[in-house]
Design a protein around this ligand. Sequence first.
Ligand code: PLP
Length: 399
Amino acid sequence: MEMKKLIDESNLYIMNTYKRFPIVLRKGRGMKVWSTDGKEYLDFVGGVAVNILGHCHPKVVIAIQKQAQRLLHVSNYYHIGPQIRLAKLLVQHTFADKVFFCNSGAEANEAAIKLARKYSKENVNPDRFEIITAENSFHGRTLAALTATGQEKFQKGFEPLVPGFKHVPFNDVDAIGQAITMNTCAIMLEPVQGEGGVKIPDPDYLKEVRKICDENSLLLILDEVQTGMGRTGKFFAYEHFGITPDIMTIAKGLGGGVPIGAMLATDKVALAFQPGTHASTFGGNPLVCAAAVTTIETLLEDGFILDQCNRMSEYMKERLINLREKFPHLIADIRGLGLLIGMELTRECEPLVKACLEMGVLVNCAAGNVLRFIPPLIVQKKDIDHLINVLGKALEGLK
Ligand code: PLP
């Protein structure tokens, strides 16, 4: 079917929750995707930090094919092989002792919020339920995750929100200290704010937050839905900051393109979940777990991809800084950790995103004026050179 007709049908049949660009994507390989009219795009969005190994990585595709022939789905009433393998891998490579599987980032955060409340009520003080999160944060669209999210624009119209959340400025330790009450049970943060516009905290921020948590018997929940799975150049972003959380949520890159989320915790905290306290029909489904096992094994195999991520991060920031020197009135800042890189503009970035799309490059906008680059971690110099070339032309057009 011709692209225009498909888009008409998309508008006719699908709820209008996304502002979509007028292309239909049908195929992807590595860094590239193709639309139904045959146009090729270089993808610096990567499914919003999902396609960490690029599109249709052959190892992930084969793992899915093999698992699809063996077993697609069974209930969590029974033990599931790929789920066990995935949990073991995550535990071996993180601070965590136990894993709960779900299907998305928002669900992982719901699970984290429930676990933090239950653990604290049962083990610290029955009056504890409140969670402190950061202004400008993003934790998902389900009601509790939305309430945790420190951005009113996402909450508007959905009131009454879930009780028990307080927002404080990000990267401000004193503000956390002042917000703690008898009712506080946890502090929940993204190590780097992604949707909020690629905001990186001071090097000691998380260390100090960890200290506050320890001194007040509070749990530290890190939302690594966007920063996890190698995105920042380490397997998980907390490794940059010399701390470990009590609970961590992950999703996006975990399945290499299939929908899966997980909530990880230490044994001490995880004990608060017992049979019947939390569940998900599809959580830890054999098909998605098989994909995630292969994704992790490929990501961590001889450290090559993480090295590549760090090398390309340096190269890309350097090239973007050069671009800033050419367009100082349009580019306010370049910042990033690993391949979560932001280019803050002095104006809205929508026209630039559209211009890049027309020139065959997909880029994404966060917080209105920050171009956010979250490409597959397999991105190469030649891809970055092409991006810079196209961005230069697009910026030229804005002058
Ligand atoms: N947490 C963070 C930090 C995110 O960036 C996102 C999505 O962008 C979410 C949670 C929500 O994840 P999902 O869309 O899979 O529910």
